[in-house]
Design a protein around this ligand. Structure first.
Ligand code: NAP
Ligand code: MG
Length: 483
């Protein structure tokens, strides 16, 4: 029986050396629980258990993997209301967003259940007669998974599911702000037909247990989603042991709105892309690059839309923007509002802390106009419900502005001109491009990732995930019977 606030290590639920409080950002009087923090002895136990369990799992056969992943996926889908509510309560995204995230997480598992069966290699004749060549993929071994707080279930699952499907063991360190949904997911996985130690949950702070995990020579691969500075540190730790890495980091995505855009589409994409999940998305469109001939109309409707968005308790029906995740993030957001003002931006709405019936980290969505792409507010990821409009004179200037960033996760264009859409799709320097769609919102069966400082290493999701979670073996077989 699990204790729903503990670490799951080597097949056992274990209390930690310390605990951390998990507070509801919509209602600071609501403590969800106190969650165990793993110590270094527990982490070592997880590392040892994972190595042994991986060997067993590697031999267990692909149909057992299929069954396990399918069961996890089906349970997540069946319980998406309950678990989505828990996620919304601890992270602050709205209940429908939380439910959608858990449902999507279930789909990642059912998708990778099928991928377990679809592991087909290559074969060839050797250049030497009588010898055949067999090329196949094998598991990498033990994978460290480190996930952020903003999509605490989905980002973890799109790593855990392929890791298990391709035969690996997992040690998962979730973000310390959101342990409840991590424990809930671990509890589902703990009941499956898997070797003890195949899947381990080690909670604790990034600088402590996270750093020790990525420095361990017993880890064969690290998949990380989070900020650029932490990603850079992980890359440096990984190279010491030649550990394989995959990093998904921040971005500064732009949505270009052309003079020929359908205005309804442009407004819906801008509002959803900038303010969905309280702007706390790596795919959020915080830069709105708008053609001068549609600018004033667009801005008027954008401000109207932002003013009408309902900011409130994440679990209240009708809320469209939940609270910011934490006090530290809220203070940073308010400081970024001041920064945008000081740089010369004109604030047309929002950007203030607001009070609701419960005490929480509520902030209304901000729209700045007359901003420039070389200002800091348009260079750095804000991770906030703050949108900055940049006016441009032409499509060429729009494309150049979109690409003028050191990040490169997603980019979007709203246009009714096919030639422009095609040109943009082929010239945006990002991993994902959206045409007449918000910059946020991706599928699970196709690759996801970026360029520049947004990503490092092989792509996540879809069949492309196998590149990271497997290693290639080339076998030569002399049959002694030349054809
Ligand atoms: P973060 O501060 O970088 O933390 C991410 C994870 O790394 C957390 O689990 C954190 O643990 C851990 N960590 C911190 N320091 C560590 C260290 N020295 N060694 C190992 N692990 C360490 O990011 P965040 O604030 O949670 O998330 C926001 C960021 O994630 C944004 O930049 C956003 O763009 C990015 N993000 C990217 C994607 C994508 O797919 N590209 C998706 C979602 C989010 P603690 O929680 O204990 O600090
Ligand atoms: Mg919390």
């Amino acid at each position: 029986m699990s204790n729903l606030n503990q670490n799951f290590i080597a097949g056992e639920w274990l209390a930690g050396s310390d605990q951390v409080a998990n507070i509801n950002p919509s209602d600071l009087s609501d403590t969800i629980g106190h969650y165990a923090q793993a110590d270094s002895a527990q982490l070592q136990r997880a590392l040892d258990a994972a190595q042994a369990a991986q060997r067993e799992w590697g031999k267990a056969g692909i149909e057992r993997r299929y069954n396990v992943l399918m069961a996890i996926g089906n349970e997540l889908i069946a319980r998406c209301d309950e678990l989505g509510t828990l996620l919304a309560r601890e992270e602050g995204k709205t209940q429908p967003e939380g439910k959608g995230e858990v449902y999507r997480s279930g789909q990642f598992f059912t998708y990778y259940a099928a991928e377990s069966l679809r592991q087909i290699g290559d074969n060839a004749d050797s250049v030497r007669p009588g010898i055949e060549v067999d090329v196949r993929r094998e598991p990498v071994g033990t994978v460290a998974i480190i996930s952020p707080w903003n999509f605490p279930v989905a980002t973890a699952v799109w790593k855990i599911a392929p890791a298990l499907a391709f035969g690996n063991a997992v040690i998962w360190k979730p973000a310390n702000l959101v342990p409840a949904s991590a424990v809930a997911l671990a509890e589902i996985i703990s009941r499956q037909d898997i070797p003890a130690g195949l899947f381990n949950l080690v909670m604790g702070s990034g600088s402590d247990v996270g750093q020790a995990l990525v420095e361990s020579p017993q880890i064969n691969a690290i998949s990380f989603t989070g900020s650029v500075p932490v990603g850079r540190g992980i890359a440096q730790a990984a190279v010491t042991n030649f550990t394989k890495i995959q990093l998904e980091m921040g971005s500064k995505n732009a949505l270009a709105v052309m003079d020929d855009a359908d205005l309804d589409t442009a407004i819906a994409c801008a509002l959803g892309g900038a303010f969905g999940s309280t702007g706390q998305k790596c795919t959020a469109s915080s830069r709105l690059v708008v053609h001068k001939d549609i600018h004033d109309q667009f801005v008027e409707r954008l401000v109207d839309g932002a003013n009408n968005m309902v900011v409130g308790h994440a679990l209240e029906a009708g809320t469209q923007i939940g609270p910011v995740v934490s006090d530290a993030q809220l203070q940073q957001n308010l400081a970024n509002v001041e920064l945008a003002k000081n740089e010369g931006g004109e604030l047309l709405c929002g950007g203030e802390r607001v009070d609701r019936a419960t005490e929480g980290y509520f902030m209304n969505p901000a729209v700045f106009v007359n901003t420039r792409n070389d200002w800091q507010v348009n260079r750095e990821e804000l991770f906030a419900p703050i949108a900055c409009v940049i006016k441009v004179d032409s499509y060429d200037e729009a494309l150049a502005t979109v690409n003028d960033t050191r990040f490169g996760l997603t980019a979007g264009i709203i246009t009714s001109n096919l030639a422009r859409a095609t040109h943009f799709r082929r010239n945006a320097r990002t991993g994902c491009v959206m045409v007449n769609l918000p910059t946020a919102g991706t599928d699970y069966h196709v690759p996801f990732g970026g360029r520049g400082e947004s990503s490092y290493g092989p792509r996540e999701q879809g069949q492309y995930a196998e590149e990271f979670y497997t290693t290639v073996k080339t076998a030569y077989i002399a049959s002694g019977n030349p054809a």
